[in-house]
Design a protein around this ligand. Structure first.
Ligand code: GDP
Length: 445
């Protein structure tokens, strides 16, 4: 499905090329595709509608820069807007409180609360040099208390014991008291989750919030949760003043659209992303990277930027003019093209920027080999005389041997390069005017 989408988008991008402005007419199709992409990424429908409308408003009438097409420019805007929306208000974890700074973890069962509590403990110990205590208020599942004990040990933090016989409120008071008396900087409170939202659960966590007065109330949500994320987020955000979101399981294969929905519904910033089951699998949320993933179109914008920045446009235009005027495409031009490829940051770096589907296909090629090949071709052309470069037809057996020896390659390699050059020359003739520019633009799409 993603592959079909990518292809469709690339086609639309191509169709729109050559138009200078983003208008209602030329982006309607593209907006429909963006909408589809977001829905496929499991962003909730109302959020998608709102977002697409906002993007459209921002995009209409915008000038399209340089060699970009309106389609590419729009993808750029969508990408930036996604990142801005998800990254807005991002701040580090707040510990500005009379110690202990209390962090309350909220979310459904299985979202990753317990795991994240330990990950956060480790991060605060290692990066912020804090003394950290954890406690579990999940009196419904003895296993959950044990689980927290185990992972807290792994994190190198201290665990405050609790039992299923206690009331969550009493556990909270006792842990807070202990943390104060023993000069802990941070108290992390793991809470009970249910499989679905329920009244009693919400009341309980509200009580805990009142007792603990946390400086951070983090809503932990599974990135794979999809459309349901909206309802869960709404329920928790109605019950609690959320200060941040932790998006877990971003290492899964979902496109992580929940991030956008949850950000939209709660208004709270996404502070961290869970990246593995391991204790160190927690990272500060990277909105730009996540935007690329939600959109599922790779970093087309970066690709285009890289292409236009790296290519010597003046040289390309000169070449285009030359071809147009009927002058022959010679080995000097071929060399110039090879060098432009190199300027674009190397093939492998270019491949990194392609949408996943395209990159997967490209991944079957050996990039190192391709780059070595470019260098070898350069070497061969450098071993030729200026006359040979202008008139490749002169290059017969004796010259070939000399060139091969000069470049340190076999004669067959010289032949192969000349063949390739011959094909390129034919192509240039067919494309007549603007061939080079067309080719470069095609690469940008
Ligand atoms: P809780 O019920 O909310 O406390 O959830 P748990 O912390 O017990 O996590 C539920 C499952 O999700 C466990 O198997 C965790 O190992 C797993 N998990 C949590 N966070 C991540 C993550 O970021 N990546 C992956 N791959 N698994 C995670």
């Amino acid at each position: 499905m993603a592959s079909a989408l990518t292809e469709k988008l690339s086609r639309l991008v191509k169709e729109m090329r050559g138009q200078a402005r983003i208008t209602e007419g030329n982006v309607a199709d593209m907006l429909r595709e963006v909408r589809m992409a977001l829905l496929e990424a499991d962003v909730a429908l109302p959020v998608v509608r709102d977002f697409v409308a906002r993007v459209k408003e921002k995009a209409l009438g915008q000038e399209v820069m340089g060699s970009l097409s309106p389609g590419q420019a729009l993808v750029g805007i969508v990408n930036r807007e996604l990142a801005a929306t998800m990254g807005q208000g991002v701040s580090d974890i707040n510990l500005a409180a009379q110690p202990p700074a209390v962090i309350l973890m909220a979310g459904l069962q299985g979202a990753g609360k317990t795991t994240t509590t330990a990950k956060l403990a480790k991060l605060l110990i290692e990066k912020r040099k804090k003394k950290v205590l954890t406690v579990s208020g999940d009196v419904y599942r003895p296993a959950a208390i044990e689980q927290l004990k185990t992972v807290t040990k792994q994190a190198g933090a201290e665990w405050f014991p609790s039992t299923p016989e206690q009331k969550p409120a009493d556990i909270a008071r006792a842990a807070l008291d202990y943390a104060r008396k023993h000069y802990f900087d941070v108290l992390l409170v793991d809470t009970a989750g249910r499989l679905a939202i329920d009244e009693a659960l919400m009341r309980e966590i509200k009580d805990l919030h009142a007792i603990l007065n946390p400086v951070e109330t983090l809503f932990v949500v599974d990135a794979m949760q999809g459309q349901d994320a909206v309802n869960t987020a709404k329920a928790f955000s109605d019950a609690l003043p959320l200060t941040g979101i932790v998006l877990t399981k971003t290492d899964g294969d979902s496109r992580g659209g929940a991030a956008l929905s949850v950000r939209h519904i709660t208004g709270a910033p996404i502070k961290f992303a869970g990246t593995s089951e391991k204790i160190d699998g927690l990272e500060v949320f990277d909105a730009e990277r996540h935007a690329g993933r939600v959109l599922g179109m790779g970093d087309i914008v970066a690709l285009v930027e890289q292409v236009t920045a790296g290519v010597d446009m003046a040289a390309a235009q000169k070449l285009a003019a030359k071809v147009k005027s009927g002058e022959t495409f010679d080995l000097n031009d071929f060399l110039a093209q090879i060098q432009q490829m190199k300027q674009m940051g190397g093939l492998s770096s270019l491949m990194d920027k392609l949408p996943t589907q395209m990159a997967a296909k490209a991944g079957q090629m050996d990039m190192d080999k391709a780059e070595r090949d470019i260098r070898r071709k350069e070497g061969i052309i450098h071993s030729m005389t200026p006359l040979e470069r202008r008139k490749p037809d002169l290059i017969k057996a004796t010259r070939k041997r000399r060139i091969a020896a000069g470049a340190g390659v076999q004669v067959q390699e010289v032949n192969r390069m000349l063949n390739e050059f011959g094909q390129m020359q034919d192509m240039m003739k067919k494309m007549k005017g603007g061939g080079m520019m067309k080719m470069l633009k095609r690469m940008g799409g």
